[in-house]
Design a protein around this ligand. Structure first.
Ligand SMILES: Nc1ncnc2c1ncn2[C@@H]1O[C@H](COP(=O)(O)OP(=O)(O)OP(=O)(O)O)[C@@H](O)[C@H]1O
Ligand SMILES: [Mg+2]
Length: 285
């Protein structure tokens, strides 16, 4: 077992956010956590990376109990995280941002840099551009690329598809599969449950701080309860991300393009939410 989250309880002040979460991740897997807003997905990842401390339970990684290990040491131990809300350095160039991901390593990082550029050609094109002027989707790629620079054994991804245009969503999920194929274990948090379950080996469903279900991802795709709660309905393949997309289906091409712009509005609104959340959290922390 590469990563074992064992009955962790985490509090924000008096509020219990995690009420006994257990999740295990084997070497080589993609494991996904799905669940509604506020279920505790981000908190779980933060507890693994050391941004939150636990009240009870344990996190074990690579055979060691890391429950009390400071976050920067967890990075060195092999836990990489691309945080929700991205958290890139706006005034640094794309390349400087990537190199920051490797700053704690003593060895040469040119191989990882080349690999990041290979996975994300857009970053290679923009290597001298300031991180803060990259588009939302590009910043998301940069955050993932930067996390990979530390050569993590496990990569924690919090909503990598958030705020991305539909075409980029597909692309980011393929890239996650490619990262995994190249040997990195992945723990993936996603609102986009359909796609997450399609790329993951196993999945856990979280509800208000508890795991309510865990199974091979393919099984959950067919699970009627999961379909009803997280996949937008009882049946149907590749469910649309927003209800107005589905209802525009039978309409003409012009209705289609309206849908597309409505969609990207929704996406940018969502990423604003993410930014607000990050700000609030960093104040609290
Ligand atoms: N900094 C904080 N201070 C107080 N409560 C918090 C804080 N961060 C999270 N919480 C609470 O902890 C619970 C779990 O939040 P968490 O962010 O882990 O949920 P999530 O599953 O990631 O949700 P989302 O899908 O909306 O990102 C929520 O009830 C949330 O309100
Ligand atoms: Mg979250």
């Amino acid at each position: 077992m590469l990563l074992e989250i064992d009955d962790i309880h985490v509090h924000y002040g008096k509020i219990a956010a995690l009420k006994g979460i257990s999740v295990s991740v084997e070497q080589g897997e993609i494991v996904t956590l799905i669940g509604a807003n506020g279920a505790g997905k981000t908190t779980t990842l933060k507890t693994v990376s050391g941004l939150r401390s636990l009240s009870s339970g344990a996190v074990r990684f690579d055979g060691r109990d890391i429950s009390r290990m400071p976050g920067h040491k967890r990075v060195l131990a092999g836990i990489g995280q691309a945080p929700e809300g991205r958290g890139i350095f706006p005034g640094m160039t794309v390349e400087e941002n990537l190199l920051m991901g490797a700053y704690a390593r003593k060895d040469d990082s040119s191989k990882e840099l080349a690999e990041a550029y290979e996975l994300f050609p857009r970053l290679a094109e923009r290597r001298t551009q300031a991180g803060g002027t990259m588009s939302g989707g590009e910043q998301q790629m940069l955050a993932i690329g930067r996390a990979l620079m530390a050569k993590p054994k496990v990569l924690l991804l919090d909503e990598p598809s958030m705020g991305l245009a539909p075409m980029l969503v597909q692309q980011i999920f393929s890239i996650i599969q490619e990262i995994n194929r190249r040997g990195t274990t992945v723990l993936l948090v996603e609102q986009n449950a359909q796609q997450a379950l399609q790329v993951a080996h196993r999945a856990y469903v979280l509800e208000t701080g508890r795991v309510v279900k865990s199974a091979p991802a393919g099984e959950l795709l067919d699970d009627p309860q999961v379909r009803a709660a997280y996949l937008g309905g009882a049946s149907g393949e590749n469910l649309a991300p927003a209800p107005d997309v589905a209802s525009a289906d039978s309409d003409t091409a012009s209705a289609d393009s309206d849908t597309a712009s409505a969609d990207s509005d929704a996406a940018s609104a969502k990423s604003d939410v993410a930014t607000a959340e990050t700000t609030e959290e960093s104040e609290e922390d």
